[in-house]
Design a protein around this ligand. Structure first.
Ligand SMILES: Nc1nc2c(ncn2[C@@H]2O[C@H](COP(=O)(O)OP(=O)(O)OP(=O)(O)O)[C@@H](O)[C@H]2O)c(=O)[nH]1
Ligand SMILES: [Mg+2]
Length: 418
């Protein structure tokens, strides 16, 4: 069999076949669906993220900056009454560097989908405010970005009339846990009914669901998130259809003023940001500090030099939004590899630890099925040597096989047979 290199651009224009979920018939099928959906996070839209927080903390401002889409942002609580979905590019300066070297016709970053919902308030799960009805819109996202107000401004109303990140976080997390308890109770009722009325295999499935639900209930009742229940894969599969919000990884986004973002960039976060960081660390999560207002203005600047000058004002190397997206990647255990050529330079999202054929499958399933080998070099190599020819001369251009575990930042070219 001879290697059959394919012009990647012809593949990129192909429509990716949509994965059709199997019917919910048996635990095995359900488990299959769970893994297909987990795959979809990696293969399809790459990553999607739901934005939560109290009203008026800057969610829509950050959302607009992310997607450069006009979500309404206004100085009154509950301004957002319709969920907004936007697609943002994953900012990655490595892709810019590759594009500067290869000068391709197009440069395609990875994408993240963001869903912005109305602010939640204390009592949301009992119908207070407007946020609760929108929680459904974030149930199917992969990660939650919890925006916390860390800027003082007496002109911008805070629902509790004081800027207090710790108490704000508690309010939101309790509401999310209560929303999950509501889902849990409904699911339990269904499982109990199935247990009483159905045949042996359905009984067994219902039993598995009930067991997983009681583990989750125990933590939720203590105000802790479902993810702290430490469920095994089979248990997660059993309750997959509940889409528990607190089962998703959550990052905290401190919305600071410009001074706060500057201080955080210089490694001297202010006390409000520090409080959020402590909280995030205690949960094995991450907190990023960004100035939503600044990021929204930055997103409107097209000229690269002007953008750079604007960033330098805050002492930033890249937009704060980049650190937010990167934190989501880390939490979800995602990684990036690149394809680079004259036609196109492109960033692809995979799971950290994926093998070369799996990475090939992120481009097209045929690449994975017919995988023969991959030509690989590291992003650092192209920076160091300046061209693929020089990388080859230096003996750094590698051929890797099926077992190769892709490293974040690898530049790859796949050879395959169909
Ligand atoms: N000073 C300052 N104001 C900000 C910042 N971010 C947002 N704001 C202002 O705060 C107000 C509320 O911002 P939004 O983005 O609409 O808040 P939200 O969290 O989406 O609010 P709801 O949709 O009502 O839940 C707007 O007037 C913003 O301009 C910031 O970083 N600094
Ligand atoms: Mg809003």
């Amino acid at each position: 069999m001879s290697a059959n290199p394919i012009n990647l651009t012809t593949i990129f224009t192909l429509q990716r076949p949509r994965v059709k979920p199997p019917a919910f018939q048996s635990p095995a099928l359900l488990s299959h669906l769970f893994f297909i959906l987990r795959e979809a996070i990696v293969i399809g839209m790459a990553l999607n993220c739901g934005i939560v927080g109290l009203p008026n903390v800057g969610k829509s401002t950050i959302f607009s900056a992310l997607s450069a889409a006009p979500a309404e942002a206004a100085n009154y609580p509950f301004c957002t009454i319709n969920p907004n979905t936007g697609i943002a590019n994953v900012p990655d300066s490595r892709l810019d560097t590759l594009s500067a070297i290869f000068k391709p016709e197009r440069s395609v970053p990875a994408a993240v989908e963001f869903v912005d919902i109305a602010g939640l308030v204390k009592g949301a799960s009992k119908g207070e405010g407007m946020g609760n009805q929108f929680l459904a819109h974030i149930r199917e996202t992969g990660v939650i970005a919890h925006v916390v107000r860390c800027f003082e401004n007496s002109d911008i109303i805070h629902v509790n009339n004081r800027v207090d990140p710790e108490s704000d976080i508690e309010t939101i997390n309790v509401e999310l846990a209560l929303a999950d308890i509501e889902t849990l109770l409904k699911r339990r009722e269904r499982a109990e009914r199935a247990f009483k009325t159905q045949g042996a295999s359905e009984k067994k499935a219902a039993e598995a669901v009930l067991a997983a639900l009681s583990k989750i209930e125990a933590v939720l009742e203590n105000g802790a998130p479902a993810r702290s229940a430490g469920l095994a894969d089979e248990e997660l599969t059993a309750v997959y259809d509940c889409h528990f919000i607190t089962l998703k990884p959550q990052i905290y986004v401190c919305n600071t003023d410009e001074a706060g973002a500057k201080a955080a960039a210089a490694g001297r976060p202010d006390p409000l940001v520090q409080a959020v960081r402590r909280r995030a660390e205690a949960e094995n999560s991450e907190a990023v500090a960004i100035c939503g207002k600044f990021e929204a203005e930055l997103a409107g600047i097209v000229d690269a030099d002007e953008k750079k000058a604007f960033l330098e004002e805050l002492g930033l190397k890249e937009p704060g939004l980049a650190s937010m997206v990167q934190a989501c990647y880390r939490l979800l255990g995602l990684a990036t590899f690149f394809t680079a050529g004259k036609d196109e330079c492109r960033a692809w999202t995979i799971r950290a630890g994926d093998s070369a054929p799996r990475a090939a499958g992120a481009i097209h399933s045929d690449f994975e099925k017919g995988f023969i080998k991959a030509e690989v070099y590291g992003f650092d190599d192209i920076v160091k040597y300046g061209s693929e020819a020089k990388i080859k001369e230096a003996g750094k251009y590698r051929l890797e096989g099926r077992e190769y575990i892709v490293r974040d930042g690898d530049v790859m070219f796949f050879k395959f047979n169909v």
